[in-house]
Design a protein around this ligand. Structure first.
Ligand code: NAI
Ligand code: MG
Length: 357
């Protein structure tokens, strides 16, 4: 029997609602497989916790999390706490301290759904974005000065390191090797950002020399954004820095049906630290408490978690269950044009997974 320890952080708003459904799926996977078991500890670190304790997690929060195999994260954010506090003090420290330098985001149009892009179907929309998750534009280097004067200014430095770039590029190339098109698309902007992005391009060339069989294309980010819309069928693995990757993946999510369908993994490939799996979406205060959030993004994140733990067969089973329910079209949450609630959608996926197993 293989046991995995899971730290669960449901967070705020719809976070706990979608986490509940994803835990049902994990339980189903346990029943089906028989040889694996999950143990859970749930942490109430969220905005309510902040209002009570003045911080998003305890001082030794990372120490507490560090020995888990994985972290399952819902979403944080509540109007009572500024977003830069809830995000900077909970999610970003976990990503950074645990060297979750890969942010993995599949962009895949499920069978039975229509893309907002006319003339594109599910065969055209199936690629994966690898976003650098620890440096780049989201660095903490910088500052403000001359506050409250006419000369007030702010600087936030874009930090690109050789170490950080090499490791994300190796990861992306190795992922491309496992996929059908054998192609890696790289986001850059070296025509205008002439220090950091030219350095990035040089490292792409060096690392790419180790993967001569992979077809590498570099595109400037503005053109690449346009190609996402015009020719998504040409992509297989797309790699970009922190900011470009963030924007491209929200664009990708919109192309395949919206945030209710967009999963992600924050991955430490070496497994020196726990990796964290979460839906891309936030706490959705506008629909929180109504029981109508789409749990697919969170359940799909659990599928990515199974891949990471070395059970790609189970990851695929979960994704097949999701896709089959969506394709049948009888149970759909309001964001997909139906009137099912979060729980019925979760239950339908659980039944389908059992049926397919
Ligand atoms: P959001 O992702 O929470 O919501 C944007 C829109 O998408 C809303 O209309 C919402 O109802 C809809 N939506 C999101 N997830 C859905 C789902 N599963 N099913 C159906 N509809 C869904 O982004 P927003 O409104 O910008 O931010 C709300 C809060 O979430 C803020 O406090 C923000 O800081 C936080 N946030 C947290 C993230 C995280 O925990 N990783 C990521 C993004 C935002
Ligand atoms: Mg984003």
């Amino acid at each position: 029997m293989k046991t995995y320890s899971v730290a669960v952080i449901p967070g705020d708003g719809i976070g706990p609602e979608v986490i509940r459904e994803s835990l049902k799926v994990l339980k189903t996977v346990e029943e089906i497989h028989g040889g694996i078991r999950f143990t859970y500890d749930t942490f109430d670190w969220n905005c309510a916790y902040y209002l009570k304790h003045g911080r998003m997690m305890p001082e030794n929060g990372l120490e507490i999390l560090k020995d888990y195999d994985v972290i399952l994260f819902g979403a944080v954010g509540d109007p009572s706490v500024p977003d830069h506090i809830s995000v900077w003090e909970l999610i970003l420290p976990i990503r950074r301290e645990f060297q979750q330098y890969v942010n993995l985001r599949p962009i895949k149009l499920l069978r039975g759904l229509e893309s907002h892009l006319r003339y594109k179907n599910h065969e055209d929309l199936d690629f994966i974005v690898v976003r650098e998750n620890t440096e780049g534009e989201y660095s903490s280097m910088g500052g403000r000065m001359h506050s409250n004067t006419p000369h007030e200014m702010a600087v936030q430095n874009n930090v690109i390191t050789r170490f950080g770039s090499e490791r994300i590029l190796h990861y992306a190339y190795q992922l491309a090797e496992q996929r059908s098109k054998q192609r890696l698309t790289v986001a850059t902007k070296s025509n205008a950002i002439n220090h950091t992005m030219t350095f990035w391009d040089e490292i792409v060339k060096e690392v790419g020399a180790d993967y001569p069989h992979i077809d590498t294309e570099l595109y400037h980010i503005d053109a690449l954004a346009a190609y996402f819309i015009l020719k998504p069928e040409t992509f297989d693995v797309v790699v970009g820095g922190n900011l470009f990757g963030d924007i491209l993946t929200d664009l990708g999510a919109a192309m395949v049906g919206g945030l209710g369908l967009a999963p992600s993994g924050n991955i430490n490939p070496e497994k020196n630290y726990p990796s964290m799996f979460e839906a891309i979406h936030g706490s959705a205060p506008d629909i929180a408490g109504k029981g109508i959030a789409n749990p697919i993004a969170q359940i799909w994140s659990v599928s990515l978690m199974m891949d990471h733990l070395g059970h790609p067969d189970l990851g695929k089973l979960i994704l097949d269950g999701i896709e089959e329910v969506v394709a049948e079209g009888e149970v759909r949450t309001p964001d997909l044009g139906g009137n099912a609630g979060t729980e019925s959608m979760g239950n339908a996926i659980v039944s389908k997974i059992k049926e397919l197993a």
